[in-house]
Design a protein around this ligand. Structure first.
Ligand SMILES: CC(C)(COP(=O)(O)OP(=O)(O)OC[C@H]1O[C@@H](n2cnc3c(N)ncnc32)[C@H](O)[C@@H]1OP(=O)(O)O)[C@@H](O)C(=O)NCCC(=O)NCCS
Length: 186
């Protein structure tokens, strides 16, 4: 079961198949897909969101292996603006994207904070590991700020080709230490 979560500005409701229509309108943009895994088809088919959610994401949620939260602004709850996902699988545990009109407002930093808390406190998994294209500056800055540690480098296939990749990681112990530090010092 994916719970409903919220942050100061965002509502995170569990994914429904009906969300695919809105995703299809904002997701297929080169700036969004270029650093995503090469499994994302490009050019993006007209039924890409629908088939991915119907055939892959919703069955994985059903099996308890993934959690997908479409992001909505509290002041416009009818509009999907992006997605954040947790995956209980070897090698990659979190992914996210945001529609272009909403970039640069630190919205994804907010979403990451609440779903990472869910990963450690509710799903009770001991490590969160994320491979990241080294060229993906915005995404790397989110990790740097939230004290994920850089644990290694390799190469992986993205929509834009094979790229140098950094492996970032945070353990439950590190996450709790950071949360307690912030709680103490603001
Ligand atoms: C990664 C992504 C979700 C960031 O969302 P966002 O809400 O705009 O990010 P934030 O506003 O929280 O910004 C995070 C940091 O990156 C910086 N940043 C944002 N866009 C940037 C850009 N294009 N170039 C350089 N830095 C950038 C911000 O200044 C911020 O750093 P700061 O807090 O130190 O100032 C968004 O860029 C995106 O959807 N990218 C495409 C999908 C993707 O690559 N996902 C990650 C792979 S799983």
């Amino acid at each position: 079961m994916t719970p409903e979560l919220e942050t100061r500005r965002l509502l995170l409701r569990p994914l429904e198949l009906a969300d695919a229509a809105q995703v299809q309108k904002i997701f297929p943009q080169w700036e969004i897909v270029r650093y995503l895994n090469s499994r994302v088809p490009w050019p993006y088919p007209a039924d890409g969101a629908l088939t991915y959610y119907r055939d892959a994401a919703l069955p994985a949620i059903e099996r308890g292996e993934e959690w997908h939260w479409p992001l909505r602004l509290k002041n416009d709850p009818a509009t999907v603006i992006g997605m954040i996902t947790l995956m209980n699988r070897e090698g990659k545990n979190r992914g996210f994207w945001l529609g272009l009109p909403w970039h640069g407002q630190r919205l994804m930093s907010e979403a990451c904070e609440v779903v990472t808390g869910y990963w450690f406190e509710e799903a009770e998994i001991s490590v969160l590991r994320i491979p990241k294209a080294a060229a993906n500056i915005a995404s790397r800055r989110i990790f740097g700020k939230t004290r994920h540690a850089h644990r290694g480098t390799d190469e992986r296939d993205y929509v834009s080709g094979r790229l140098s990749t950094e492996i970032w990681e945070i353990t439950a112990k590190e996450w709790r230490a950071r949360r307690d530090f912030q709680g103490q010092w603001g």
